[in-house]
Ligand binder design. Structure first.
Ligand code: SAH
Length: 253
Protein backbone atom coordinates (compact mmCIF):
# COMPACT_ATOMS: atom_id res chain seq x y z
CA UNK A 1 0.00 0.00 0.00
CA UNK A 2 1.42 3.36 -1.01
CA UNK A 3 0.53 6.49 0.90
CA UNK A 4 -0.94 8.28 -2.09
CA UNK A 5 -3.04 7.03 -4.98
CA UNK A 6 -2.56 7.52 -8.70
CA UNK A 7 -5.72 7.99 -10.78
CA UNK A 8 -5.30 7.04 -14.43
CA UNK A 9 -7.91 9.37 -15.89
CA UNK A 10 -9.07 9.80 -19.47
CA UNK A 11 -10.13 13.33 -20.39
CA UNK A 12 -12.39 12.37 -23.30
CA UNK A 13 -11.82 13.89 -26.74
CA UNK A 14 -11.49 17.50 -25.63
CA UNK A 15 -14.86 19.12 -24.99
CA UNK A 16 -14.89 19.73 -21.22
CA UNK A 17 -18.55 18.69 -21.10
CA UNK A 18 -17.42 15.22 -22.19
CA UNK A 19 -15.24 14.78 -19.11
CA UNK A 20 -16.87 12.21 -16.84
CA UNK A 21 -18.31 13.44 -13.56
CA UNK A 22 -15.67 11.34 -11.83
CA UNK A 23 -12.82 12.84 -13.86
CA UNK A 24 -14.05 16.32 -12.98
CA UNK A 25 -14.13 15.50 -9.27
CA UNK A 26 -10.67 13.93 -9.31
CA UNK A 27 -9.22 16.91 -11.17
CA UNK A 28 -10.69 19.18 -8.49
CA UNK A 29 -9.33 17.03 -5.65
CA UNK A 30 -5.88 16.26 -7.08
CA UNK A 31 -2.67 17.55 -5.53
CA UNK A 32 -0.81 17.09 -8.81
CA UNK A 33 -1.99 16.55 -12.41
CA UNK A 34 0.47 15.06 -14.90
CA UNK A 35 -0.69 15.65 -18.47
CA UNK A 36 0.43 16.00 -22.04
CA UNK A 37 -1.14 18.12 -24.79
CA UNK A 38 -3.82 15.75 -26.04
CA UNK A 39 -6.61 16.67 -23.59
CA UNK A 40 -6.70 19.96 -25.50
CA UNK A 41 -6.75 23.64 -24.61
CA UNK A 42 -10.24 23.80 -23.10
CA UNK A 43 -9.62 21.14 -20.46
CA UNK A 44 -5.96 22.00 -19.83
CA UNK A 45 -6.89 25.67 -19.52
CA UNK A 46 -8.96 24.88 -16.44
CA UNK A 47 -6.06 23.29 -14.53
CA UNK A 48 -4.43 25.68 -12.06
CA UNK A 49 -0.68 26.09 -12.69
CA UNK A 50 0.00 25.14 -9.08
CA UNK A 51 -1.22 21.57 -9.77
CA UNK A 52 0.09 21.16 -13.28
CA UNK A 53 3.02 19.06 -14.48
CA UNK A 54 3.29 19.01 -18.26
CA UNK A 55 4.96 15.73 -19.15
CA UNK A 56 4.27 15.89 -22.89
CA UNK A 57 7.04 14.53 -25.07
CA UNK A 58 8.26 17.98 -25.99
CA UNK A 59 8.58 18.94 -22.35
CA UNK A 60 11.21 16.31 -21.55
CA UNK A 61 12.60 15.07 -24.84
CA UNK A 62 12.26 11.67 -26.49
CA UNK A 63 13.58 8.62 -24.72
CA UNK A 64 13.52 9.95 -21.20
CA UNK A 65 9.84 10.73 -21.20
CA UNK A 66 7.93 7.50 -20.47
CA UNK A 67 10.48 6.35 -17.90
CA UNK A 68 10.44 9.82 -16.39
CA UNK A 69 6.64 9.78 -16.16
CA UNK A 70 6.56 6.29 -14.63
CA UNK A 71 9.11 7.22 -11.99
CA UNK A 72 7.46 10.55 -11.27
CA UNK A 73 4.09 8.85 -10.65
CA UNK A 74 5.70 6.44 -8.20
CA UNK A 75 7.63 9.20 -6.46
CA UNK A 76 4.57 11.42 -5.99
CA UNK A 77 2.46 8.54 -4.68
CA UNK A 78 5.20 7.63 -2.22
CA UNK A 79 5.18 11.23 -1.00
CA UNK A 80 1.51 10.67 -0.17
CA UNK A 81 0.16 12.82 -3.00
CA UNK A 82 -3.18 12.43 -4.65
CA UNK A 83 -2.06 12.19 -8.28
CA UNK A 84 -4.08 12.42 -11.48
CA UNK A 85 -2.43 11.11 -14.63
CA UNK A 86 -4.58 12.79 -17.29
CA UNK A 87 -4.63 11.41 -20.83
CA UNK A 88 -6.53 12.40 -23.95
CA UNK A 89 -9.49 10.16 -24.78
CA UNK A 90 -9.39 6.96 -22.74
CA UNK A 91 -6.05 6.28 -21.09
CA UNK A 92 -5.91 2.66 -22.23
CA UNK A 93 -6.61 3.16 -25.93
CA UNK A 94 -3.19 3.81 -27.47
CA UNK A 95 -2.52 5.87 -24.38
CA UNK A 96 0.16 3.92 -22.52
CA UNK A 97 -2.20 3.74 -19.55
CA UNK A 98 -1.63 -0.01 -19.60
CA UNK A 99 2.12 0.43 -19.25
CA UNK A 100 1.72 2.94 -16.45
CA UNK A 101 -0.70 0.66 -14.62
CA UNK A 102 1.78 -2.23 -14.76
CA UNK A 103 4.61 -0.03 -13.58
CA UNK A 104 2.59 1.25 -10.65
CA UNK A 105 1.62 -2.27 -9.61
CA UNK A 106 5.24 -3.44 -9.92
CA UNK A 107 6.26 -0.61 -7.61
CA UNK A 108 3.57 -1.19 -5.02
CA UNK A 109 1.57 1.94 -5.79
CA UNK A 110 -2.22 2.02 -5.33
CA UNK A 111 -4.05 3.24 -8.40
CA UNK A 112 -7.53 3.59 -9.80
CA UNK A 113 -8.49 3.51 -13.48
CA UNK A 114 -11.08 6.05 -14.59
CA UNK A 115 -12.55 5.11 -17.99
CA UNK A 116 -13.45 7.82 -20.46
CA UNK A 117 -14.85 8.62 -23.87
CA UNK A 118 -12.28 7.57 -26.44
CA UNK A 119 -11.74 9.75 -29.49
CA UNK A 120 -11.70 6.55 -31.54
CA UNK A 121 -15.48 6.36 -31.16
CA UNK A 122 -16.38 9.96 -30.31
CA UNK A 123 -14.38 11.48 -33.18
CA UNK A 124 -16.22 9.61 -35.92
CA UNK A 125 -19.63 10.13 -34.33
CA UNK A 126 -19.38 13.89 -33.92
CA UNK A 127 -18.64 13.94 -37.64
CA UNK A 128 -21.84 12.02 -38.34
CA UNK A 129 -20.19 8.62 -38.65
CA UNK A 130 -21.29 5.66 -36.51
CA UNK A 131 -18.42 3.17 -36.17
CA UNK A 132 -20.91 0.32 -36.58
CA UNK A 133 -24.24 0.24 -38.41
CA UNK A 134 -26.47 -2.74 -39.09
CA UNK A 135 -26.42 -2.16 -42.85
CA UNK A 136 -22.77 -1.17 -43.22
CA UNK A 137 -20.41 -2.62 -40.65
CA UNK A 138 -20.74 -5.30 -38.01
CA UNK A 139 -17.22 -4.91 -36.69
CA UNK A 140 -14.73 -2.14 -36.05
CA UNK A 141 -10.98 -2.26 -35.66
CA UNK A 142 -8.88 0.40 -33.96
CA UNK A 143 -5.39 0.52 -35.35
CA UNK A 144 -2.27 2.65 -35.15
CA UNK A 145 -1.17 4.37 -38.33
CA UNK A 146 2.08 5.36 -36.77
CA UNK A 147 4.18 2.64 -38.23
CA UNK A 148 5.24 2.11 -41.80
CA UNK A 149 2.93 -0.43 -43.49
CA UNK A 150 5.58 -1.18 -46.12
CA UNK A 151 8.08 -2.43 -43.58
CA UNK A 152 8.38 -6.17 -43.55
CA UNK A 153 7.48 -6.88 -39.97
CA UNK A 154 4.49 -4.55 -39.71
CA UNK A 155 2.53 -5.24 -36.52
CA UNK A 156 -0.63 -4.23 -38.37
CA UNK A 157 -1.92 -6.75 -40.90
CA UNK A 158 -3.50 -4.36 -43.43
CA UNK A 159 -4.36 -7.27 -45.71
CA UNK A 160 -6.46 -8.89 -42.98
CA UNK A 161 -8.13 -5.55 -42.25
CA UNK A 162 -8.94 -5.07 -45.92
CA UNK A 163 -10.67 -8.46 -45.92
CA UNK A 164 -12.53 -7.88 -42.63
CA UNK A 165 -15.41 -5.94 -44.16
CA UNK A 166 -15.68 -3.88 -40.99
CA UNK A 167 -14.91 -0.28 -40.15
CA UNK A 168 -11.24 0.64 -39.69
CA UNK A 169 -10.45 3.55 -37.39
CA UNK A 170 -6.83 4.65 -37.60
CA UNK A 171 -5.28 6.66 -34.78
CA UNK A 172 -2.02 8.54 -35.29
CA UNK A 173 -2.48 8.08 -39.00
CA UNK A 174 -2.22 11.50 -40.68
CA UNK A 175 1.35 11.27 -41.95
CA UNK A 176 1.24 7.71 -43.23
CA UNK A 177 -2.19 8.05 -44.85
CA UNK A 178 -0.75 7.54 -48.38
CA UNK A 179 1.03 4.33 -47.38
CA UNK A 180 -1.82 2.55 -45.64
CA UNK A 181 -4.59 3.61 -48.04
CA UNK A 182 -2.45 2.19 -50.81
CA UNK A 183 -1.77 -0.97 -48.81
CA UNK A 184 -5.52 -1.49 -48.36
CA UNK A 185 -6.22 -1.05 -52.09
CA UNK A 186 -3.35 -3.37 -52.98
CA UNK A 187 -4.87 -5.91 -50.59
CA UNK A 188 -8.10 -5.80 -52.57
CA UNK A 189 -10.24 -3.15 -50.93
CA UNK A 190 -12.45 -1.13 -53.28
CA UNK A 191 -10.70 2.18 -54.09
CA UNK A 192 -14.15 3.83 -53.88
CA UNK A 193 -14.49 2.91 -50.19
CA UNK A 194 -15.52 6.04 -48.27
CA UNK A 195 -12.91 7.58 -45.97
CA UNK A 196 -13.14 10.50 -43.53
CA UNK A 197 -10.55 12.38 -41.51
CA UNK A 198 -11.59 14.11 -38.29
CA UNK A 199 -9.07 16.47 -36.73
CA UNK A 200 -9.38 17.78 -33.16
CA UNK A 201 -12.79 16.23 -32.70
CA UNK A 202 -14.99 18.19 -30.24
CA UNK A 203 -12.43 21.01 -29.98
CA UNK A 204 -13.33 24.46 -31.29
CA UNK A 205 -10.80 23.80 -34.05
CA UNK A 206 -12.50 20.58 -35.26
CA UNK A 207 -12.00 19.92 -39.00
CA UNK A 208 -13.27 17.17 -41.27
CA UNK A 209 -12.21 15.97 -44.72
CA UNK A 210 -13.92 13.26 -46.73
CA UNK A 211 -13.14 11.22 -49.82
CA UNK A 212 -12.41 7.67 -50.82
CA UNK A 213 -9.37 5.43 -50.45
CA UNK A 214 -8.23 6.92 -53.75
CA UNK A 215 -8.93 10.61 -53.09
CA UNK A 216 -8.47 11.09 -49.35
CA UNK A 217 -4.80 12.11 -49.51
CA UNK A 218 -5.70 15.04 -51.77
CA UNK A 219 -8.63 15.90 -49.49
CA UNK A 220 -6.31 15.83 -46.48
CA UNK A 221 -4.00 18.31 -48.15
CA UNK A 222 -6.81 20.51 -49.49
CA UNK A 223 -8.44 20.86 -46.06
CA UNK A 224 -5.08 20.99 -44.27
CA UNK A 225 -5.73 18.16 -41.81
CA UNK A 226 -3.02 17.80 -39.18
CA UNK A 227 -2.58 15.61 -36.10
CA UNK A 228 -4.34 14.79 -33.88
CA UNK A 229 -6.83 13.28 -36.30
CA UNK A 230 -8.65 10.02 -36.89
CA UNK A 231 -9.07 8.22 -40.17
CA UNK A 232 -12.33 6.32 -40.62
CA UNK A 233 -12.36 3.82 -43.46
CA UNK A 234 -15.46 1.93 -44.51
CA UNK A 235 -19.01 2.35 -45.76
CA UNK A 236 -20.03 4.04 -42.51
CA UNK A 237 -17.91 7.04 -43.53
CA UNK A 238 -20.50 7.63 -46.25
CA UNK A 239 -23.25 8.38 -43.72
CA UNK A 240 -21.74 11.77 -43.03
CA UNK A 241 -22.97 13.35 -46.22
CA UNK A 242 -26.51 12.11 -45.52
CA UNK A 243 -26.66 13.81 -42.12
CA UNK A 244 -24.35 16.80 -42.53
CA UNK A 245 -27.10 19.36 -43.13
CA UNK A 246 -28.66 18.62 -39.77
CA UNK A 247 -25.60 17.76 -37.70
CA UNK A 248 -25.08 20.48 -35.12
CA UNK A 249 -21.69 19.29 -33.84
CA UNK A 250 -19.90 21.55 -36.29
CA UNK A 251 -21.53 24.97 -36.09
CA UNK A 252 -19.30 26.60 -38.69
CA UNK A 253 -19.63 24.11 -41.55
N1 SAH B 1 -6.08 7.64 -25.70
C1 SAH B 1 -6.53 8.39 -26.84
C2 SAH B 1 -5.70 8.07 -28.08
C3 SAH B 1 -4.23 8.43 -27.94
S1 SAH B 1 -3.28 8.13 -29.38
C4 SAH B 1 -8.02 8.15 -27.04
O1 SAH B 1 -8.61 7.24 -26.45
O2 SAH B 1 -8.64 8.91 -27.79
C5 SAH B 1 -3.27 9.73 -30.12
C6 SAH B 1 -4.22 9.75 -31.29
O3 SAH B 1 -5.54 9.82 -30.83
C7 SAH B 1 -4.07 10.95 -32.20
O4 SAH B 1 -3.02 10.79 -33.11
C8 SAH B 1 -5.40 10.91 -32.90
O5 SAH B 1 -5.42 9.91 -33.89
C9 SAH B 1 -6.33 10.48 -31.79
N2 SAH B 1 -7.03 11.58 -31.12
C10 SAH B 1 -7.06 11.82 -29.80
N3 SAH B 1 -7.87 12.86 -29.51
C11 SAH B 1 -8.38 13.26 -30.70
C12 SAH B 1 -9.31 14.27 -31.08
N4 SAH B 1 -9.90 15.08 -30.19
N5 SAH B 1 -9.62 14.38 -32.40
C13 SAH B 1 -9.07 13.56 -33.31
N6 SAH B 1 -8.18 12.60 -33.00
C14 SAH B 1 -7.85 12.44 -31.72
Amino acid sequence: MSEGTVYLVGSGPGDPELLTVKARRLLDEADVILHDKLPGPDILGEIPDSKREDVGKRAHGEGTSQQYINDRLVELAQEGKNVVRLKGGDSMVFGRGGEEMLYLADHGVDFEVVPAVTSAVAGPEVAGIPVTHRDHASSVTFVTGHEDPTKEESAVDWGALAASGGTIVVLMGVTRLPEYTEALVTAGMDPETPVALVERATWDAQKVATGTLETIVDARDAVGIEPPALTIIGDVAGTRERVADFLQNEPDT
